[in-house]
Design a protein around this ligand. Structure first.
Ligand code: ZN
Length: 397
């Protein structure tokens, strides 16, 4: 009974001591002083530690990481196009096994308590679907240990790389779950062209969209309007995310109010890493206006950034620091962004620590969620669907 587990003496979300019985991978019972599980079910004493739902990495690039290799000095210049070209050149030169590299990063994410990942995977006419196929193969290897959504990501653009739109559509048959996009104006110089192409594919296949939008200021704001209009027209409310959306970080009070309403009305989520190097969407303001805000690692040790460790408690801390969240309320909001915010943006309907939810959870040292965000203690136990997948900071898969 690999998917049955009895966790006794834990404190869900830092509240009073309780027990949790996971049966067939789902939370069957949770509460104080539960009757012991049948003797054949593994029982673990949580020793009154803090229990939180599995962490969710809402935005990764699994296919790009250099994790586990000798140090690779960072080369890329500041502009997005330079970074794209550097990434492609370095990947070509290094000629790594994508599947092996992906496996290293997935194992690291599991050890840090992630039970779900959304990963963008590069697709362009030069590499075709080769990287998507490698990531899909790695996902297969880790079935049951972590859930992974794949975004078919046109890193080099759609309209400026003829053939990409057809590849994106093909990617859905090869294992992608979501259609990506990138700076329709800044990269493609054809905002309407790219958006018509990707929204058309999403509607035909009944999938969601997650669009990288780095374009700043008015240019970015204009594209948020175009995305909202198409989300409404294609009936995709709740299935569209905009990643980064730096333009939301430089708006004045009136502009951000309007943009937040537009996003909330159309069910468009906003992903932020809480980046220190650029303007970022105002998390509290958006959250208060009813916009789903979620977080993720973005690159982990790749040609785009030498940083990253796949730890979503650390991500919550970086978001909190970026916005100067110091009160428990603020720290809880940062935690929400890295957990339930991600779950909603990714459409995970059975997420949380309630009866009937998936048995995905993390046990760790800490009095409450606020302290966990600040101290980021080692993950004592990571459980996925009732199965222990990491212990004391080490993945068991
Ligand atoms: Zn990204």
């Amino acid at each position: 009974m690999q998917n049955d587990l009895f966790l006794k003496n834990v404190r869900p979300m830092g509240g009073p001591t309780a027990d949790v019985f996971i049966r067939d991978g789902r939370i069957d019972r949770i509460g104080p002083d539960l009757a012991p599980a049948p003797s054949e079910v593994e029982t673990i004493d949580g020793q009154n530690q803090l229990l939180i739902p599995g962490l969710v990495d809402g935005h990764m690039h699994l296919d790009k990481t250099f994790l586990g290799l000798p140090w690779v000095p960072h080369e890329a210049g500041p502009a997005i196009l330079e970074k794209i070209e550097t990434d492609k050149r370095v990947q070509r030169t290094m000629n790594l096994s994508v599947e092996d590299q992906v496996g290293k990063l997935i194992r690291l994410a599991i050890s840090k308590g992630s039970t779900h990942i959304r990963s963008h995977v590069d697709i362009d006419p030069e590499i075709g679907l080769s990287r998507l196929e490698a990531v899909a193969a790695a996902r297969e290897t880790f079935t049951g240990a972590i859930s992974i959504q794949l975004v078919a990501f046109p890193q080099s653009g759609v309209m400026r790389c003829p053939g990409t739109a057809a590849l994106l559509e093909e990617a859905l048959r090869a294992g992608a779950d979501v259609i990506g996009g990138i700076d329709p104006a800044g990269i493609d110089q054809d905002a309407v062209g790219q958006l018509e192409a990707i929204f058309g594919i999403a509607e035909r296949h009944g999938v969601g969209l997650d669009i990288h939008l780095h374009d700043p200021g008015e240019l970015g704001a204009h594209q948020i309007g175009l995305i909202a209009e198409r989300t409404r027209r294609h009936g995709l409310a709740g299935k569209v995310a905009i990643s980064h959306a730096y333009c939301l970080g430089t708006m004045d009070d009136v502009q951000i109010g309007r943009a937040a309403n537009l996003l909330a009305e159309n069910g468009i989520s906003i992903m932020t890493t809480g980046a220190a190097h650029s303007p970022v969407p105002p998390v509290q303001r958006l959250h208060d206006a009813g916009v789903q805000v979620f977080s993720g690692s973005d690159g982990v040790r790749d040609a785009w950034t030498p940083f990253g460790n796949a730890d979503q408690l650390e991500r919550a801390m970086l978001v909190a620091q970026r916005f100067n969240f110091r009160t428990d309320e603020g720290l809880r909001l940062a935690f929400h962004v890295a957990t339930h915010g991600c779950a909603q943006a990714l459409g995970l309907s059975d997420y949380g620590l309630d009866v009937g939810c998936a048995g995905d959870m993390v046990l760790l040292d800490g009095e409450n969620v606020a302290e966990a965000v600040v101290t980021r203690p080692p993950r004592r136990l990571v459980v996925k669907g009732g199965r222990v997948v990491a212990r004391d900071g080490t993945a068991l898969v």
